[in-house]
Design a protein around this ligand. Structure first.
Ligand code: BGC
Length: 255
């Protein structure tokens, strides 16, 4: 097991990609703090499932858009498990809306979760890693849309674009502490965030036509990479993005 003795936090760990990451990190031997916002039933069910397999799992409620809440998440994790080695900033929302109709409230909500949340969770985690010594790893679940425009989703794209530069900047600032920071850019993954598209046969077909590998991704496709990036095998990787998208980013469509 690649992560035995390590302690990880996964934000948004009760659903979708986050739930897949929690399961995979636990399977690799990490003690995992599973952060959820609203779905306490799902969070408890995953924790029970993993604890029955001998894993160490702590369920913590936090709203990543509130700085005090992410600081409390880190503090509770350290109280329970003694240290922090891995932070996975996975929590994210999107409210696709034509640009001309976006409201200030919707803008603030998305930026608060997708960008500010990752920023201050990284700060709280990096402070802990700096104080304890020995380095650490921060992985942001970004999106192909940190680079690829998406019509009608400008706030989400702006947040993910911000995450891209946050990662590049922090990688340089945190390297002296041995802290690596890496983005994963998923393409279309079967999770609640894009249920509306996946439940509409026409929209799903149009999306599939954009993916050279011809399938929608699964949370395990992302979780596999998280586990490897968090391991010592990835110790020379920082300040970059790895896309996991079935070829979506490089596909020129009908060309
Ligand atoms: C978005 C999904 C979208 C996918 C591919 C993701 O980041 O959350 O809604 O289907 O990118 O475009």
């Amino acid at each position: 097991m690649a992560l035995t003795g390590k302690v990880a936090i996964v934000t948004g760990g009760s659903l979708g990609i986050g739930a897949g990451i929690v399961r995979r990190l636990a399977r690799e031997g990490a003690a995992v703090a599973l952060d959820y916002h609203t779905h306490s039933g799902d969070a408890d069910a995953i924790a029970d499932e993993l604890k029955a397999q001998g894993a160490k799992v702590l369920v913590v409620q936090a709203d990543v858009s509130q700085v005090a809440s992410v600081q409390n998440l880190v503090a509770q994790t350290v109280t329970a498990f003694g240290r922090l080695d891995i932070l996975v900033n996975n929590a994210g929302i999107e409210e696709p809306t034509p640009f001309l109709d976006v409201t200030e409230a919707s803008f603030d909500r998305q930026i608060a979760v997708d960008l500010k949340g990752a920023y201050f969770a990284a700060q709280a985690a990096a402070r802990q890693m700096h104080n304890q010594g020995g380095g650490g790893c921060i992985i942001n679940i970004s999106s192909v849309h940190e680079e690829l425009p998406m019509v009608g989703n400008a706030v989400y794209c702006a947040a993910k674009g911000g995450l891209r530069m946050l990662t590049r900047t922090l990688a340089t600032e945190l390297a002296k502490d041995g802290i690596r920071i890496v983005n994963i850019g998923p393409g279309a993954v079967a999770t609640p965030i894009n249920a509306a598209t996946l439940n509409d046969p026409q929209r799903k077909q149009a999306l599939l036509a954009e993916i050279p590998l011809g399938r929608i991704g699964e949370p395990t496709d992302i979780a596999n990479l998280v586990a490897w990036l968090a391991s010592d095998e990835a110790s020379y990787i920082t300040g970059t993005t790895i896309f996991v998208d079935g070829g979506l980013m490089v596909y020129a469509g009908s060309l």
